[in-house]
Write a protein that binds this ligand. Sequence first.
Ligand SMILES: *[C@@H]1O[C@H](CO)[C@@H](O)[C@H](O)[C@H]1NC(C)=O
Ligand SMILES: [Cu+2]
Length: 189
Amino acid sequence: MLANFKTLAILAAAFSLASAAPTAPTACDSDTKVPSKTYTQPRVTHSVVAGRGGLKFDPDNIVAEVGEVVEFHFTPRNHSVVESSFGNPCQPKDATSFFSGFFPVAEGQSPEVFQIVVKDKNPIWFYCAQNTGTHCQAGMTGVVNQRFDSQFTLARHRELAAAAKAPSGVQYGIQGGARIPNPNPLSGF
Ligand SMILES: *[C@@H]1O[C@H](CO)[C@@H](O)[C@H](O)[C@H]1NC(C)=O
Ligand SMILES: [Cu+2]
């Protein structure tokens, strides 16, 4: 677990470095015959804003390729993100579920974000575990890579969330992703 978290943190750090570096070759480079540099492609990052427009994630239905990053930004008041499962919307999927911790924010957005990396093409269901105001039951759920041709829709998932018993489950520690200073302060806004 620790090793996984470390790997993710290292990967996330590498990606933010990659996206900060300019990637387009200059005219000068293409004029010369000798390749002067190897350019790394920046990692595609999908920004999701928790709490924008009410008790929800915006966007809440994300399509991402394996290896891409989903980056959660946090606005008022005190949200979080936890990995769940389709049929049990307001509880962690299992002991390995990612958990961002809580982000109390008075205004604007948190100076930190939580990044996860998409590991495979299976749907990733998630919710906010804030129990003051029962955010998950109120509709604060989302999905990465919903199967659009199946009955396992976000709409159905949200009906299950509305009927789910409070309190929502919380993991015990931040895990399964990287909680880091916001590398893209303007993204998603
Ligand atoms: C944010 O919410 C969590 C979970 O309900 C709570 O433990 C924590 O005290 C809250 N933080 C603030 C500053 O309200
Ligand atoms: Cu919330």
